[in-house]
Design a protein around this ligand. Structure first.
Ligand SMILES: Nc1nc2c(ncn2[C@@H]2O[C@H](COP(=O)(O)OP(=O)(O)O)[C@@H](O)[C@H]2O)c(=O)[nH]1
Ligand SMILES: [Mg+2]
Length: 361
């Protein structure tokens, strides 16, 4: 049944209107008197009409059927579209959730390995909405490729005479590495280079003895200098040498800077640049690395030499340092043995170790 309202001045007139329209199959639902705004009284009668009769009288047989089917068809289509939208919406939600969970998982993995969230977020932001963030393996290999791109290696170049100075905290492996480099240049390359060792330490007796000891064994020139003046004089005297390796044992970066500045006053036929290598232990903690960089960066670092590569399996912190400060790597010290445990820096070698670590985690 369908309810319809009829209005007239009295209930009977209203009911008569309903009978006139639908005949006697109708039934009375309610009747009430209403006072309108203009003060007039009207009577509202609600009657119930059988649905079929209501449709017939309202739309007429033919038109009702046709309109209904058209309307129904339209409604059906809208309903279908709505359902499709729901499915799409759900699908999108699932995709976003999937992206989120892949990113979260990979981010967690790299964070755990020491890569900073600043660098990671920068990467993820540029990848949102791409297929890369929907697949864990794809995302991991993308990140490793990005690290590979960001890493730089300083090629070994002995084509012109050079002065190489190793700086870095005490105990990091400077003296040992200088001995390895000296042996490499003097005896292990395609031709023997003329190498001299210079020690800037004036008071750390042990350090001098250590370098002297290596120099004696290798029969390589060794000089110890204690003042900026004598440094300049010695460099002038070493004019004919291919490589001068300088150890800075126990010296503060500020004192070291004075010696570095001296180099430009060295009188020499072939002017030499000084190449400053920061020696960083692969085992160092990130907070310490930052401190080290702050302490030594004003020396205009040319490259980073990574020591104690053999003492850790985790290279994320080191990689993070490279990503942040963008210094090229020169050599890797991979053990205590002089001269064997020294490698030319290589991205592949470092990344292989890092990937090994990532795969374990
Ligand atoms: N395991 C390992 N030990 C190293 C490496 N390089 C240096 N060392 C050791 O670290 C200690 C300090 O080295 P040293 O050259 O005296 O450091 P310096 O104070 O920077 O001159 C020594 O016992 C070295 O044998 C390395 O690559 N791996
Ligand atoms: Mg030393």
């Amino acid at each position: 049944m369908i309810n319809e309202t009829f209005v007239a001045s009295d209930p009977k007139s209203a009911y008569d209107q309903a009978v006139e329209k639908y005949g006697h199959e109708i039934s009375l639902v309610s009747a009430k008197q209403l006072k309108y705004d203009d003060g007039s009284l009207q009577c509202e009668v609600i009657i119930a009409v059988p649905s079929a009769l209501f449709m017939e009288k309202s739309f007429g047989d033919q038109s009702f059927v046709e309109e209904s089917s058209e309307e129904e068809e339209l409604l059906g289509e809208i309903g279908e579209l709505k359902a499709q939208l729901e499915v799409m919406k759900e699908g999108m939600f699932v995709e976003i959730q999937k992206e989120d969970s892949v990113i979260a998982e990979v981010k967690n993995l790299f964070l755990k390995k020491g890569i900073s969230s600043v660098w990671l977020d920068e990467m993820f932001n540029s990848l949102i909405g791409t297929a890369v963030v929907e697949d864990k393996a794809l995302l991991v290999s993308y990140l490793i490729e990005e690290i590979d791109d960001a890493l730089k290696v300083q090629e070994e170049d002995l084509s012109s005479p050079k002065i190489m100075m190793l700086v870095g905290p005490t105990g990091v492996g400077k003296t040992t590495t200088i001995a390895k480099l000296a042996a490499r240049y003097a005896y292990l390359l395609d031709k023997p280079y003329k190498v001299a060792l210079l020690n800037l330490d004036s008071y750390k007796v042990g350090a001098i003895e250590q370098l002297e000891h290596y120099a004696d064994i290798m029969q390589i020139e060794h000089i110890s200098v204690s003042s900026v003046d004598s440094f300049q004089t010695e460099l002038e005297a070493l004019e004919g040498y291919d490589v001068i390796l300088i150890d800075t044992a126990g010296m503060s970066p500020y004192d070291t800077k004075k010696f570095i500045n001296t180099v430009e006053f060295v009188k020499s036929d072939i002017p030499r640049e000084i190449e400053v290598n920061l020696v960083l232990s692969a085992t160092v903690k990130y907070e310490d690395m930052e401190d080290i960089y702050q302490n030594f960066s004003f020396l205009n670092l040319n490259s980073v030499l990574i020591s104690k590569f053999d003492e850790t399996k985790h290279f994320g912190t080191l990689l993070n340092f490279m990503l942040l400060y963008k210094l090229p790597m020169s050599y890797f010290s991979v053990g205590q043995e002089v001269p064997d445990d020294l490698l030319l820096a290589s991205k592949e070698y470092l990344l292989e170790h890092f990937i090994g670590d990532v795969n374990e985690g």
